[in-house]
Design a binder for this molecule. Structure first.
Ligand code: UD1
Ligand code: MG
Length: 490
């Protein structure tokens, strides 16, 4: 439902001093996205006339985050408080009637809650409607001083509370609906509040209330939604909530998660029915997992696309790679970006791949590096095989055909092609192309010297004998003298 008379204003100019960080607060991440990103995304389904983000600290970086989400930015420089931020936005808001104002540091807010807030505001024809929350520990937040019923007299900042007001556990979320032609004159009357001479948006609420305008409080159904991130501990708490919601979403979609509290899922991750995520799994970025997959403990998948029935055994690291149906990897496999493992192929422990394709049913089970390699179907890559893809200047490709057998401990010096059905003998260093169905042996020939080892042992034993017997005599003398001494003591 579009709301063409509504503008969204996201306050995101502050530095976030309490985070003790060189990064602007709203660029810190929780739940797999920067804080401001979550806020703008939550507002988009409201269909507003426009979304305006007030930027200040690290304005360019914040703008770079929100502009792709179709938000405009307005620069607030210097930052003289949340009320001042609104004044700076005034011109850009044009003829919007209502503004939904949100802080850029409260990312758990849900679209449904914002819709309900707007509906309540419209229904009462209010000047301001404040989203509030009743919390166990209100410290740090502005408190809601109610007049009667739903109506509000003022918002009092934490630092300015009277002893009785400290008892109030209804807090200001900093999420509001304002009717703009009522807000502007009220804001003009607000005096700078603290020693930094900041104009508080919260003080405009008291001005509106004193003029007899309708100022309402709407309590958030879930107080966690309004959690602001002022400290690192707040960030961790908000992150915990996002991750829990995401896990619940996947479990609702038919995914089994073992010890869910240990599993980290980014917001865009999807997984099919009957997939099992073992403890301590991380699924990040745009990872998409098919049905009936199993992701082993300790595995970290970033931007991975998995078909159905894929098994990732424990402790694998996968980046930006495609694993088709029934692929099996691990334990301890590493896929760097741009690999394609085709249906039924397998890689095992300590196998690393980069920019490589492994054909259908092919295997590389142990201690192998495959870089810039294209491997056909049903090939067997022996333990310890290395594609030497880099000569210190450039990278080169290795092409391995269908049904090729590469013996263990082979070095394939790229660029090189191994034809279909060819064999490479173990321990070979292959520098030339191998024709189809050929055997390549590229190693020193073995020479056996009969009886050499036995002869060597005899020689060594003879050379050691005299030395050993003197040692033994000396040791025997020592023990007998020790025994004599101890007898005397007794
Ligand atoms: C604010 C509210 C407080 C509320 C709390 C909820 C005020 C005065 N206080 O306090 O009542 O309980 O949020 O989390 O509004 N910002 C600007 N320009 C500025 C100052 C701030 O854009 O000049 C932005 C910040 O980047 C931030 C948001 O406004 O995203 C809120 O500022 P913050 O400093 O976090 O205010 P709180 O102390 O949390
Ligand atoms: Mg805050």
């Amino acid at each position: 439902m579009p709301n063409r008379d509504v503008a969204i204003v996201v306050l995101a100019a502050g530095k976030g001093t309490r985070l003790k960080s060189s990064l602007a607060k709203v660029l810190h991440s929780a739940g797999g996205r920067p804080l401001v990103d979550h806020v703008v995304r939550a507002c988009a389904p409201l269909g507003p006339k426009k979304t305006v983000v007030i930027v200040g600290h690290q304005a360019e970086q914040v703008a770079a985050r929100v502009e792709p989400l179709e938000a405009e930015t307005v620069l607030q420089q210097p930052q003289h408080g949340t009320g001042h931020a609104m004044q700076v936005a005034k011109r850009t808001l044009g003829n919007a009637k209502i503004a939904v104002v949100l802080p850029g540091d409260a990312p758990l807010i849900r679209t449904e809650t914002l819709k309900a807030l707007m509906n309540a505001h419209r229904a009462a024809n209010a000047a301001a409607t404040i989203l509030t929350a009743v919390v166990a520990d209100p410290s740090g937040y502005g408190r809601i001083v109610r007049k009667s019923g739903n109506s509000v007299a003022a918002i009092v900042e934490d630092s300015q509370l009277s002893p009785e007001q400290r008892e109030i556990n209804e807090i200001n979320s900093s999420i509001y609906c304002f009717t703009l032609d009522k807000l502007w004159p009220a804001l003009a009357q607000v005096k700078p509040n603290n020693k930094h001479r900041e104009i508080y948006l919260t003080d405009a609420v008291a001005v509106l209330a004193s003029k007899g305008e309708t100022v309402l409080a709407q309590v958030s159904p879930d107080p966690r939604e309004v959690l602001g991130c002022n400290t690192r501990a707040d960030l961790a708490e908000v992150d915990r909530n996002f991750r829990e919601w995401k896990r619940n979403e996947l479990m609702d979609a038919g995914v089994t998660i073992l010890l869910p509290e240990t599993v980290l899922l980014d917001p865009d991750v999807t997984a099919g029915e009957d997939t099992i995520l073992e403890p301590c799994v991380q699924l990040l970025g745009g990872t998409r997992i098919g049905a009936r997959c199993r992701i082993g403990t300790g595995s970290v998948l970033t931007d991975a696309i998995l078909g159905d029935d894929v098994t990732v055994e424990p402790h694998c690291v996968v980046a930006k790679s495609r694993l088709d149906a029934e692929v099996r990897i691990g334990p301890f496999s590493r896929l760097r970006p741009d690999n394609h493992l085709k249906a039924g192929s397998r890689i095992g422990n300590f196998v690393e791949m980069k920019k490589s394709t492994l054909g259908e049913g092919s295997k590389a089970m142990h201690l192998t590096y495959l870089g810039d390699a294209k491997i056909g179907s049903k090939a067997n890559i022996g333990a310890g095989t290395i594609t030497c893809n880099y000569d210190g200047f450039h990278k080169y490709p290795t092409t391995i055909g269908n049904k090729v057998f590469i013996g263990s401990d082979s070095a394939l010096v790229a660029p090189v092609r191994i034809g279909d059905g060819a064999y490479v003998a173990a321990g070979s260093t292959v520098t030339d192309n191998v024709p189809p169905d050929a055997l390549a042996i590229a190693r020193g020939r073995q020479a056996n010297k009969p009886g050499w080892a036995a002869k060597k042992r005899r020689e060594l034993a003879a050379a050691e004998k005299p030395a050993k017997s003197t040692k033994r005599k000396r040791a025997a003398r020592k023990t007998s003298s020790r025994r004599a001494k101890s007898k005397r003591r007794r």
